[in-house]
Design a protein around this ligand. Sequence first.
Ligand SMILES: Cc1cc2nc3c(=O)[nH]c(=O)nc-3n(C[C@H](O)[C@H](O)[C@H](O)COP(=O)(O)O)c2cc1C
Length: 262
Amino acid sequence: MSSKDSVGGTLKVALLLCVVCSIFISSAAVILKPLQEANKTLDRNKNILAAAGMYDAAVTPESEVADLFAQFTPRIVDLDAGEFLDETRLSALGIDPATYDQRAVQNAAEFSDALSGEEDIAGLKRRVRYATVYLVSDANGEIQDIVLPISGYGLWGTMYGYLALEGDGNTVKGIGYYDQKETPGLGGEVVNPRWKALWPGKQVYDQNGAVALSVVKGGGQGIHQVDGLSGASLTSRGVDNMIEFWMGPMGFGPFLDNLTNR
Ligand SMILES: Cc1cc2nc3c(=O)[nH]c(=O)nc-3n(C[C@H](O)[C@H](O)[C@H](O)COP(=O)(O)O)c2cc1C
């Protein structure tokens, strides 16, 4: 019997094959990582633009996304203080506004705090201390668009999206979810353009500065109401809860108050 056919020979060939394959797979992972990161960023940018009504996958060429997104300035907000982090605090915290990923630090003790049952109306368990907001200003420095990340539990899992407001920090420009696990045709209709079209023009706050925007089944006529999704009351309630949380005192409320001198 030649050594090729022996058990040892077979094992050697199998081992060699494993080593070659693992080198190939690891190299592919390392080589493709920058491409994956670039695609993730492109996708995030498209979602931010779409929430602000500046991108429509059906008509906007992908080549225009970078130029459109260049209008936005990402800033990091200290949610408790309701203020932007300055350069000193950003560097002390090791945060780069262009790359900071608040979802990645959602459960990190040094970047987030546990929410009490009473506070946790959006089912998040923890709240990040610092959140990225995306701003567009005109030539005079007046803020035109404010895009805010929002998240909260639907029926099947946490839904992630953006809510875009006009420069008044009150009038809705649009909403968009880019990651959610709701049932297609039911809760998954949160991504339906027809439902999203109900949002622009609605007002988040009432005259007293309290969060008034809500998702109401069979409602939607008022300036503060958006009609709920039919057959998906639980997802609709999830959206309603996350608006109340993120626009309120635990979310962007203090920041929007400061920004707009309310
Ligand atoms: C397989 C299945 C999937 C469902 N998915 C959702 C969903 O994604 N979101 C939701 O709110 N309700 C979903 N429901 C329906 C809820 O159980 C519940 O009936 C519904 O939210 C009530 O809404 P309505 O008061 O508008 O009828 C699903 C039901 C079934 C059987």
